[in-house]
Structures are given as structure tokens and as C-alpha cells.
Design a protein around this ligand. Structure first.
Ligand SMILES: Nc1ncnc2c1ncn2[C@@H]1O[C@H](COP(=O)(O)OP(=O)(O)O)[C@@H](O)[C@H]1O
Ligand SMILES: [Mg+2]
Length: 212
């Protein structure tokens, strides 16, 4: 049984992760994502931005869960404190797992990633920061995290951009295995009805980028 002690001095624990935007704490089997103040931003704007991203992330985590995607459960959102209390996923980032995996295993994982993005896009959920650092493997399931930049959108352009961002980060992260990974992702993504249009749009965006 837990005894509640009065006047207990609360010591701030060390974050388990310090990101560009947020500090993350592991407390009582919960994960607390706290978006911290950025001194280089104008204070009012900074607060607005942090509150907005906190709200957006909590909402999109819920939306993704309803769409059938594995994501941490949101327990509580403290918008004014810019904190989200969510389920702690005791997994490993896919980033590292892919580094350690052989070609066959890598292709299999990539296929699963593609299927997940297909479900997200089918539900008009755009993540906007798809990288293997924002995917955790836990009990053989891939969990998606870090929806703070996400939006709801039906636009092909937004979905294609989501894929272009992922493609770019994969090319940089896994220069040798890139082809295997991308092929696997595209195979999984074919579960999305509009995949052909998206693939075409990805090409257009890439051509445009080369031209510029
Ligand atoms: N719910 C969670 N359970 C376990 N670890 C998490 C959870 N959310 C985030 N993390 C860990 O913290 C890291 C940073 O979290 P993330 O939400 O991606 O923040 P940032 O916006 O700073 O990238 C992740 O890469 C992951 O290792
Ligand atoms: Mg992240």
C-alpha cells in the first residue's frame, strides 16, 4: 500500500531524454512530455506555440489510436503546463533495431512501417516528422510517437510530403540499406487506396526540389 506523506519534498527527477523541444520523464510507469521554454523565442509566442503543440500532440495521439494505430495512451493533458502524461512504452527505437537487423528482417520491418503510414493516411492523419526515432518496437509491435507537428489533412500534397520527409531521413540514416527499406515501405504503403497518386506526387515533389 502506498502511504501519502505530508510535506514531502518533491525533487525533480532527471529527464530520460532531452529533445530539441521537450524534456521527457519516466515517472510511476508514465511518460511525461514537457515542452520547455525556448529562450530564443519571444515569450508570448513561445508559450502559444508550446501549448498548441501539446494540445495537437495529445489530440493526434488519440485520433491515431482510434484509427487502430499503436500509440501510447494519453492519460492527461496539462495544456497550461505544456505537459502530456502518457503511457510509457518500454520498447526500443526502431532506429537502433534497423541498424542491428539483417536485410531480410529490415525489409520485414519496413513493410510494417509502410502499412502503418497507409492507415494513418487513410484516416487523413499526417505525422510530419516520420523518422525511425519516432517509432518504438515493443512486444513485436511498432508504436508511433511524437505527433506534435502533425495535422489532419485530406490533401495529397501533405501525405506525399510526409513520405518525402521520411524518405530523406532514411537516406541519411541508412545510406547502405536505404533501397531495401524504401522498397519495403512502399510495398506496405500499397494498402492505402490512393497510393498510386501519392507515389506520383512524391516524384513531382522530388523533381521540384532538384530543380530548385
Ligand atoms: N511514451 C513513451 N514511452 C517511452 N519512451 C518514449 C515515449 N515517448 C517518447 N519516448 C522517448 O523519448 C524520445 C523523445 O520523444 P519524442 O516524443 O520523440 O520527443 P521530441 O519531440 O523531443 O523528439 C523518443 O525518441 C523515445 O525514445
Ligand atoms: Mg522525436
Amino acid at each position: 500500500m502506498l502511504l501519502k506523506r505530508k510535506n514531502q519534498v518533491k525533487i525533480d527527477p532527471e529527464p530520460i531524454y532531452k529533445g530539441a523541444e521537450a524534456n521527457l520523464y519516466h515517472e510511476n510507469n508514465k511518460l511525461i512530455k514537457h515542452r520547455v521554454r525556448k529562450k530564443y523565442r519571444i515569450p508570448e509566442l513561445d508559450k502559444k506555440l508550446r501549448r498548441r503543440r501539446t494540445k495537437r500532440e495529445a489530440k493526434l495521439l488519440d485520433d491515431a489510436r482510434r484509427a487502430g494505430i499503436k500509440v501510447p495512451k494519453v492519460y492527461e493533458t496539462r495544456r497550461d503546463e505544456c505537459k502530456i502524461l502518457m503511457e510509457f512504452i518500454d520498447g526500443e527505437p526502431l532506429r537502433d533495431i534497423i541498424i542491428e537487423s539483417g536485410e531480410k528482417e529490415t525489409g520485414k520491418i519496413a513493410g510494417k512501417i509502410g502499412k502503418i503510414i497507409a492507415v494513418l493516411h487513410e484516416s487523413d492523419l499526417i505525422h510530419n516528422d516520420l523518422t525511425t526515432s519516432n517509432m518504438l518496437l515493443y512486444k513485436d509491435e511498432i508504436y508511433m510517437i511524437d505527433f506534435g507537428l502533425g495535422v489532419m489533412s485530406k490533401r495529397l500534397e501533405d501525405k506525399a510530403m510526409d513520405m518525402v520527409v521520411l524518405k530523406k531521413s532514411l537516406r541519411a540514416m541508412y545510406p547502405v540499406k536505404f533501397e531495401v527499406i524504401w522498397e519495403g515501405i512502399c510495398a506496405g504503403y500499397r494498402n492505402y487506396d490512393n497510393y498510386l497518386e501519392i507515389f506520383k506526387r512524391i516524384e513531382t515533389i522530388e523533381k521540384r526540389a532538384r530543380y530548385l
